[in-house]
Design a protein around this ligand. Structure first.
Ligand code: PGA
Length: 245
């Protein structure tokens, strides 16, 4: 049986300036040259969109086989009168392979609902991008015992290549979910999602706790926010997941 592919997905959000993103990415490329990773491991970096063209050019030049790029957001249509929109085909043309859809910060601060996420996922795939789709409940929804209902609703009609389970209350708080609880939801996602996506965990992943998550059943890796924004902790996470891949 083929070994499961593993992922470290680094979401730099709006933490790093475009300039700092480029500098950090250069350091990552240099680090990659001196560290051979397992072929099953893909490191997917989602820099701020404004830095993507420059970073994509660096990646093309470096001919890295294991670092991939991801757009933090994507337009829901191919082209047209959509001010501020990002055409998937333009992202693809840069050599970017993934688009992030449904991140809880997009849902919360940009009022994106699952209907819009569905359209974004369709547009991304039609434009030749793979979709990393985020799902996850709020604290209240968890307390009300609604985790599976919420995740089921978020998954409905969305075809993704990677589904990241990110309980909203665990994002950016330094307090991840208990691994056993993540495992239950990962199994649910593996059963419920269309097209057998890889399932990753996200929410306060750090070099200290990452192994607890990648050791879980039905878990192909991690989506990391703040701990991915410094080279030291990103590389530490990559090295640890590499041992498992
Ligand atoms: P965090 O963010 O690792 O900073 O909690 C994760 C995410 O939002 O994807």
């Amino acid at each position: 049986m083929a070994r499961m592919k593993h992922y470290v997905i680094a979401n730099w959000k709006m933490y790093l300036s475009a300039q700092k993103s480029v500098a950090t990415f250069k350091q990552l490329l240099r680090w990659e040259k001196t560290h051979k990773w397992n072929k099953n491991l893909e490191v997917v970096v989602a820099p701020p969109l404004i830095a993507l063209p420059e970073i994509a050019a660096l990646l093309r030049k470096a001919r890295s086989s294991q670092i991939r790029l991801c757009a933090q957001d994507i337009g829901f249509a191919e082209e047209g009168a959509f001010t501020g929109g990002i055409a998937p085909r333009d992202v693809k043309r840069l050599g970017v392979q993934y688009a992030l859809v449904g991140h809880s910060e997009r849902r919360q601060y940009f009022s994106e609902d699952t209907g819009l996420c569905r359209r974004k996922a369709v547009a991304a795939r039609a434009g030749g991008l793979k979709v990393v789709y985020c799902v996850g409940e709020t604290k209240d929804e968890r307390h009300a015992g609604r985790v599976h209902d919420v995740v089921r609703e978020q998954l409905a009609g969305v075809k993704a290549d990677v589904v990241a389970y990110e309980p909203r209350w665990a994002i950016g708080t330094g307090i991840p979910i208990a691994p056993g609880e993540a495992e239950t939801v990962h199994a649910f996602i593996a059963h419920e999602a269309a097209g057998k996506p890889a399932v990753c965990y996200g929410g306060s992943v750090s070099p200290e706790n990452v192994m607890q998550f990648v050791a879980l059943e039905d878990t192909a890796g991690v989506l990391v926010g703040s701990a991915s924004t410094t080279l030291k902790s990103l590389c530490s996470i990559i090295s640890k997941v590499d041992k498992r891949s």
